[in-house]
Design a protein around this ligand. Structure first.
Ligand SMILES: Nc1ncnc2c1ncn2[C@@H]1O[C@H](COP(=O)(O)OP(=O)(O)OP(=O)(O)O)[C@@H](O)[C@H]1O
Ligand SMILES: [Mg+2]
Length: 257
């Protein structure tokens, strides 16, 4: 099955597979002579079209988990499957290709390239993965959904925070990823603008079939997801379904209650 590994885009879609599956993830970091156990055996399954929030205290392992799910780092133990494909043992080139073709990233600090226009920023992942033509076709639809059509020729410094994050979201979605991974996407936005970005995310999940895993400190943001996974000291401490709970309960749970 080397073909599947080197050319993930040509694999037939596995309708039975999870969008994302993490099994027994461990991650350790050396800190001087000590070792930090950032993750201690995390399991997570995300189905297609799901919106999952990840909460937990600072240092509980949220970003580490997102980095492993996003194939930006490799686990010390355990494995990550994307769309049914086991990524353990893949080389850097295969991981990079998978990352570009299957995953979209949104960061708290937007991470747009300052001297490129919004349009050029959005199209970058498409151009880098040789999918420029498909990207240009998707661009118009994404820009309309995200309300940035009249901002595409602006540079990031000519955009508001909310507009920047919507551009970053378009960039994350330009290659039609299996899953979007967002690390505190509203952390640098005021609450109204942040709410707008969240509304777009949940609209995309409900109406357009996006799959999203979002790290957040904000109980109200997490309520937009269907399920909230709580991390504590590198382990999954519990899960809440947002249909069965309220923002106050999420707030208290996030504080460790
Ligand atoms: N590159 C690294 N080197 C050493 N330690 C690290 C590294 N990255 C993370 N850690 C440690 O791993 C633990 C988990 O960090 P992580 O960044 O995943 O936490 P987090 O839940 O995202 O926190 P925050 O809410 O502050 O962003 C922390 O103790 C952190 O200090
Ligand atoms: Mg973090």
């Amino acid at each position: 099955m080397t073909h599947a590994v080197t050319s993930p885009d040509r694999r037939p879609p596995r309708r039975d597979a999870h969008a994302l599956l993490a099994v027994g993830l461990h991650k350790r970091y050396a800190l001087g002579s000590a070792t930090v156990e950032a993750l201690r055996g995390v399991d997570l399954a995300v189905g297609r079209g799901e919106f999952v929030a990840v909460m937990g205290a600072s240092g509980s392992g949220k970003s580490t988990l997102l980095h492993l799910l996003g194939l930006l780092e490799t686990p010390d133990e355990g494995r990550v499957e994307i769309d049914g494909l086991d990524t353990s043992g893949l080389g850097d080139d295969a991981l990079t290709e998978l990352r570009r073709s299957r995953l979209g990233f949104v960061f708290q600090t937007f991470e747009l390239i300052p001297n490129l226009s919004a349009r050029e920023n959005v199209l970058l992942p498409a151009d880098m993965s040789g999918a420029g033509a498909a990207g240009r076709e998707r661009l118009a639809r994404l820009a309309a959904v995200l309300g940035i059509e009249d901002r595409l020729d602006h540079r990031p410094d000519q955009l508001s925070g909310g507009q920047r994050q919507r551009v970053a979201l378009a960039r994350a979605l330009i290659n039609d990823p299996v899953v979007v991974l967002a690390d505190e996407p509203t952390g640098n936005l005021d609450s109204r603008t942040g709410h707008e970005v969240l509304r777009l995310l949940s609209h995309g999940v409900r109406e357009l079939g996006w799959t999203v895993v979002m790290v957040t400190h904000d109980a109200r943001a997490a309520m937009q997801a269907e399920r909230i996974v709580f991390l504590r000291d590198g382990e999954v401490a519990g899960t809440l379904h947002t249909s069965d709970t309220d923002v106050q309960a999420v707030f208290e749970r996030a504080l460790g209650g």
